[in-house]
Design a protein around this ligand. Sequence first.
Ligand code: NDP
Length: 467
Amino acid sequence: MTGTTVTPRGAKVPPGGYIDDVINQVKAKNPAEPEFHQAVQEVLDSLRLVLKRHPEYQSARLLERIVEPERVIMFRVPWFDDQGNMQVNRGYRIEMNSAIGPYKGGLRFHPSVNLGILKFLAFEQVFKNSLTTLMMGGGKGGSDFDPKGKSDNEVMRFCQSFMSELCRHIGPDTDVPAGDIGVGGREVGFLFGQYKRLRNEFTGVLTGKGLNWGGSLIRPEATGYGCVYFAAEMLKTRKDSLDGKRCLVSGSGNVSQYTVQKLLDLGAKPITLSDSGGGIFDPDGIDREKLAWVMELKNTRRGRIREYAEHFKSASFMPSDAGLDHNPLWSIKADCAFPSATQNEINEKDAANLIKNGIKVVAEGANMPSTADATKMFLDAGILYGPAKAANAGGVATSGLEMAQNSMRLSWTREEVDKRLQGIMSSIHNTCFETAETYGTPGNLVNGANIGGFLKVANAMLDQGLV
Ligand code: NDP
């Protein structure tokens, strides 16, 4: 085997050429979608190692198919604000890949949402869901609607209008959305209520539901807990643990809050949080009492993290500064970093600061929080780097457990779900670790996650014919 293969059109192309061709086609066919290009480039770069051994994926044009969503739905979402004015937003659902199960992935409500961002998230979701070992395809959706500053009634009217269209496209065996940025328990409740009214059926069509109407224990905690479990697994390979580690956490939403909680459970010391207005640094540590205060601030009062530094005198506030080429949060000396806010929040300057200060672990709670350059720097520096599609897969894995409980119409205990979550995170880590070794890049969990996630989906697509 020389590594050269023959395409269906008869051209002889070395594997590197084929992958570069696909990446170039993606860029040409999907202009102005830089986050989608970034996500595709990262996965396809890892697959160079696979294509050398498995030319059958190339002859089946697997890569051209896997980068193309099975379906993209875009729709108008009209709603009335509290002043009686008509408002219009845009809604989306990307049904990316259903080779190994119904589409599964969150809904994001944030003004930055656009087609390219949702396509990157849906693409990542395909490989992440595959890694969980559960039967879930990949999807993602959302809207450019901003829930910040809206009343509960406005959020409800928006969610009802959004679901009036989305309900035609989803279903418990077709596509099962969940929360993401800007979509928490409140929004899932409004969306589920409207689906039930329109379809006259009570099914597990959404995950992240309330506990007394089909939700799973530990689902709200799962992404943050899972990310910390993943970090602990990485440290174990170096005979180390989280005990006593100083940890930087960004964001202050769902993922960040439960990351902090699990870090405290495991004896670590979280010292930062942030939101889009800036970050707080508390050298004394964010203890349980302070975390409870943050949860009340963010989940009930819906306030800003700046208020933390006004309330707790041990803390200082670092306002966001668009003119700065780095985020001061990542220049604080620490052992571990848990970026848990949004994509590309760690650039190469931030990565350099983290590495200079001796960071040992980066575990990604957010999706694609490190730029391509930052990722490369972490890998080159040999630190324990847990890429998002592996480290934050605990959320969707527990959504999978919620679907299983809904199908059986029963509820597992907190301990049962948490045990399964820990088992899944450990298995994801093993898959990534072992796949990285098998493909000749030991310790590179980026390759491990991309290849491990790809193989199951790709083989299912080969089995299913021209899909
Ligand atoms: P939340 O809406 O609960 O919290 C998001 C946090 O990130 C808020 O503190 C928000 O600040 C901050 N943030 C969002 N956008 C920006 C931005 N552009 N710049 C700076 N800060 C920002 O969302 P989640 O905690 O659910 O999600 C956080 C990340 O985790 C996302 O990348 C999401 O895709 C990922 N994720 C979430 C999962 C889940 O189960 N929820 C599962 C897997 C991944 P502000 O309030 O000021 O906007």
